[in-house]
Design a protein around this ligand. Structure first.
Ligand SMILES: NC(=O)c1ccc[n+]([C@@H]2O[C@H](COP(=O)([O-])OP(=O)(O)OC[C@H]3O[C@@H](n4cnc5c(N)ncnc54)[C@H](O)[C@@H]3O)[C@@H](O)[C@H]2O)c1
Length: 259
């Protein structure tokens, strides 16, 4: 039995949308009828994503750490109509070293992209989402204005040796999720986060074979999460089915998280 969704008439923004998880989520949303726009700082990755996903996907070169660029992108997208879904997915891993060997520039950069960038995009998009009309659906008598899904990480819950900046940034993203959810709870804007374990994307390829084996050993199911499994959870969290869970942090760790 599989769940199917109808996202016809819905518009979504996915940051870091040209990356491994971003493309997977874009495909799932597009297959379900959504109009999707990818925001990414890499022009070449965006071109690659477009050739994979087809010409109906919109792509926009945006550095999410740049206030003016994010505001301009949000203005342009909302000028074309409402935005129903925001997936804050752009992220970088940074140095994989014990904290005393890391550079302060690395710590700042990782926090800048993973947390400050997500904050800037949330600020721009949620502010505009609040001004759009709420959707009444027959299934859900409580009107909704939109859904925001933040891609955090199991490392933000548990912490992870050799990835202090990354783990701290994702813990911050979890707290950002909970806070914004409380602010928008009466606006019909649902804000959630997911905490995936490792997936086979470019990010996973940045680590050594030894660390990869260590990470795999921590996952009771004994495997990495499939990109499609991440996409399926994001579909539910972006849909009208998700109407009373806001501020929730959804596990996707094959049993690694016990809370
Ligand atoms: N792959 C994993 O194992 C894993 C596990 C848990 C969580 N995550 C999270 O999932 C998200 C996606 O990761 P992925 O595995 O697809 O990585 P990826 O490296 O394939 O994709 C990340 C994308 O973000 C873009 N990006 C980076 N900095 C940006 C910026 N300043 N502005 C705009 N775009 C920027 C990159 O160009 C890239 O296309 C990340 O937030 C990551 O932390 C990944």
């Amino acid at each position: 039995m599989t769940a199917t969704y109808d996202f016809g008439g819905r518009r979504a923004i996915i940051t870091g949308g040209a990356g491994g998880l971003g493309r997977g989520m874009a495909k799932a949303l597009m297959d379900a009828g959504a109009e999707v726009e990818l925001w990414d700082m890499s022009a070449s990755a965006l071109a690659q994503a477009r050739s994979e996903l087809g010409p109906t996907v919109s792509v926009r070169e945006v550095d999410i750490t740049n206030v003016a660029a994010v505001e301009h992108a949000a203005d342009t997208v909302f000028a074309g109509g409402r935005v129903d879904i925001l997936v804050n997915n752009a992220g970088v891993l940074g140095e994989v070293k014990p904290v005393w060997e890391t550079s302060p520039e690395n710590f700042q950069r990782v926090l800048q992209v993973n947390l400050f960038g997500a904050y800037l995009v949330t600020r721009a998009v949620v502010g505009r989402m609040r001004a759009q009309a709420a959707r009444h659906t027959t299934k859900n008598p409580h009107p909704l204005r939109g859904h925001v899904v933040n891609i955090a990480s199991i490392q933000g819950k548990e912490g992870m040796a050799m990835a202090a900046a990354y783990s701290a940034s994702k813990a911050g993203l979890i707290a950002l999720t909970k806070s914004v959810a409380k602010e928008t709870a009466r606006d019909g804007i649902i804000v959630t986060a997911i905490t995936p374990a490792a997936a086979e994307t470019a990010m996973a390829k940045e680590i050594s074979a030894e660390r990869r084996a260590d990470i795999l050993g921590r996952i009771p199911m004994g495997r990495f999460v499939e990109i499609e499994e991440v996409a399926r959870m994001v579909l539910w969290l972006s849909s009208d089915e998700c109407s009373f869970s806001t501020g929730g942090i959804f596990d996707l760790s094959g049993g690694r998280a016990t809370y």
